[in-house]
Structure formats: structure tokens, C-alpha cells
Design a binder for this molecule. Sequence first.
Ligand code: ZN
Ligand code: ZN
Length: 361
Amino acid sequence: VSSASPFARRIARARAAMAEKQLPALLLTNIPNIQWISGFTGSSAFVVITPTDAILATDSRYNEQAAAQCPDYRVELLPTSAPDEVVKVLAAVAPPKLSFEAGHMTVELFGKYREKLDRGIELVPTASLVETLRLIKDPEEIEKIQAACILADRAFEHIVPFLKPGAVERDVMLELEWFMRKQGADVAFDTIVASGWRSALPHGRASAKAMERGDFVTLDFGARLDGYCSDITRTVVLGEPSDEQRMVYGVVLETLHGSIEGITAGRKGVEIDAQAREIIGAAGYGERFGHGLGHSLGLQVHDGPGFSKRSEITLEAGMVMTVEPGIYIPGWGGVRIEHDVVVTDGPARVLTHSSTDLLVL
Ligand code: ZN
Ligand code: ZN
């Protein structure tokens, strides 16, 4: 098995999950799921997996790309991706039951498939079948996430000299994004640059505000490199910090370290989140940490569930998670520090290496 391509191994994992649920055929319409299972990076395609077949169907725009990227698939070229054409491919497979991704199919499209498919084919909704498989990364994926993390670390190093009183948040955002794109990456999500009172906004996208002496500046950004995302947050302070700034930073940093120490295969996502809340709560800032502690990271920046009050996951080796505690005090400012980690049977392996010491600029 180890000599097979990562995509052949992922097809095998999907078939095992299908067999367990007694699903003879699976139609995939969600593009990140299709990319994960086939390697196809175009924006229009669908995949059909059966116990003996793996089909990727796309249109003529992607002719050469699909053949080159998906050697483990029978590639079918369709004149269009209209439901009529999709149904022809499905009819040729003729499964007794066809499962589809309920979270990624509109009611309108479902109606069209139901109308055009043979009445004898039962349509069975599935929920997060491939998303669940995607939670556990294979070595090829971890290597790509690591490369995206290294680029984010380099981008942080690049941006530090630009952080000073008078610098405009949007200019800093552009400089950061320019650096990552210049290295061949895309940005994984809208870059957050939030200074002073705006650092109390957990999702403070870069604005026209100029940075001032005494500001906390929170940068939260990521690179998407070869399809895979990194996601890192650092908070720096411009000029000597006040006692309260030092204290708040210290609590967030202690929570980050304490949380990472607790991460190992077998523990529950909800426990790791609760432990972080205990540390922040004991310091008196329990009400100031509203969001979940972290999320799964991969092809998408929010690649699945992670650490939150409602998390239902149990950690398994190969999961890649963010750990991002924060304290936000309206009108005053906030601190968030974020690492990306791989879950193992032992201690978590940290993929982001930028220093987490309070940087005084
Ligand atoms: Zn982030
Ligand atoms: Zn994050």
C-alpha cells in the first residue's frame, strides 16, 4: 500500500468508509473534497467512486490538466457540466444506491438529478464522509502544511520592520501578502492586521488606521502553498508595554503552551478547549475569550472541527490543528497567539516556529 500514490490510498480509505456504511457508489461535488481525493485543482468537476471504479468528470477546459493530475482516475470529458451530462456518467455506472454530499448539493440540483436519474436508483444523503477522512493527514499533506508554515514564519520575519507608529494597517497587509505571493503562495484567508483598540476585534481585517505608540498589533495570516494552508497569529507591542499589557500577553502565552502540552492522540477536542478556558478563567479573563481554541487545518483554513465547547472529535495521530487562545478587552485591545500543530501519539509537533515571546518594537 505504501508504494501507491497518496490519491490511490485516499480512494481506498473512501471505499472502506463506503463499505462500512453499505454505500455502493459515492458522488462527490465539493471541490476541496475532489481535490483531496483526486489531485485535481480545477474549479469544475465531479467524482464518482465505486468499489471498482474511480471516475473524474470535467469539461474540455480541463482536458490536459485532469489527465495529468489524476492518473488514478478514469477521466471523462463532458461537453458541459450540466446535470444532463452528469446523469449520463452516473447512468453508465448504474448503482442500486447513489450517495451524495448533502452539505454540498442545492435543493434545485438534487431535484434535477432525481428527475433525470433512473427511478430505480436510490439517492442516499451522506454527511461529511470525505471531510471526516480529510481530518487525518497523510505524510505528503503534513509536509505541504509544514512548507506553508515555514513560508508564514518567513513572512512574519519580513513584516516586523514595517510595524511602527504611523504604519497603516492596510499597507502592512499588502506588504505581507505581496511577500507570500512573491514566494509562489496564495493567501489562505483575508489577512488580519488589527492595532490598538482594533486588536480587541478577533477578526479585525486590515483597515486605514495608522498604528500608534503603545498599540498592541495583532497579525493573523496564512499562506496557501501547493494547495495547503498555514494559519499563524502573533501580537507585538509598539513601545514599552504597560503592566496590564504584559500580564494579558503572559496569560495568553501560558494558555498556548498549556494547551499544546495537553494535545495528544486519544484526548477529546472539548477537553483541550476546556483546559484553555480554565487557565484564562483563573487569571480573571474568562469572559474575554469568546471563540474556540482552534480548528482543523489543511486544504482549507477551516478544514474541520477542532477545539471548542461543542467539539465532538477525539484526537488522532495525523490531525493538524491550530491552537489560538486570545483575550479581547473592548476599547483597550487584545492579544492572540496561534501555533499550528500535528497530533501524534506523544507530544504534539509544532509546525510554526516564529517566536512567541512578546516582541517590543
Ligand atoms: Zn489565524
Ligand atoms: Zn486559525
